[in-house]
Ligand binder design. Structure first.
Ligand code: PNS
Length: 169
């Protein structure tokens, strides 16, 4: 039984992630969507449980998916889970340098290969960080994320605006 690991911050999950995970699920018997506990880039907008719950909801139609989380090295988690491969999406040439470096490092550390799927051109401009930024300033991201994520983004930024107005945070 071949197991793939789709790792990421998923802060929040976008239609681009879903595209890659759905396609991975066609090729592998079991797909573990591995949410990093503490993304290095920024403090996450959604905490780990929220990110996991959103993934669980929006990927519920796929029978061979598990949602899990990890901290530390991805390859240690991959080994613990018996994963055969890491699968990632490549949006553009700009992703390539860093992804290549990580794939080679992970291969060297563990022998686990990384497979890349080209992102659908429909979603090649999309990233979680841009979705967060656009949503924060009231832009319409409804076509870029699942409805549930869109709702959560609206609630989150509404709550933050209320907190600012009332001096909460
Ligand atoms: O969604 P992201 O933020 O682009 O995901 C990046 C992620 C989590 C896949 C990457 O940062 C990662 O694998 N982090 C785990 C730490 C690790 O193993 N670092 C060495 C990579 S060679």
């Amino acid at each position: 039984m071949a197991t793939a690991l789709c790792p990421g911050s998923f802060d929040p999950v976008t239609n681009g992630h879903i595209d890659i995970i759905e396609r991975t699920a066609k090729y592998f018997d079991r797909v573990i969507v591995a949410v990093i506990r503490n993304p290095q880039k920024t403090t996450p907008l959604f905490d780990l449980d929220e990110r996991k719950n959103l993934l669980r909801e929006v990927l519920g139609h796929l029978p061979n998916i598990e949602i899990d989380f990890f901290k530390g090295l991805l390859v240690e988690f991959a080994r613990d889970k018996g994963a055969d491969a890491i699968v990632k999406g490549l949006r553009a040439v700009s992703d390539f340098d860093y992804e290549l470096q990580m794939a080679q490092m992970n291969q060297r550390l563990s022998g686990i290969d990384t497979f890349f799927l080209t992102t659908s051109p429909r979603w090649s401009y999309l990233s979680s960080s841009l979705v967060r930024e656009v949503a924060k300033f009231g832009g319409d991201v409804s076509s870029m994320v699942p409805d549930l994520v869109h709702q959560r983004l609206k609630e989150r930024f509404h709550d933050e605006a209320v907190a600012r107005e009332t001096g909460g945070s």
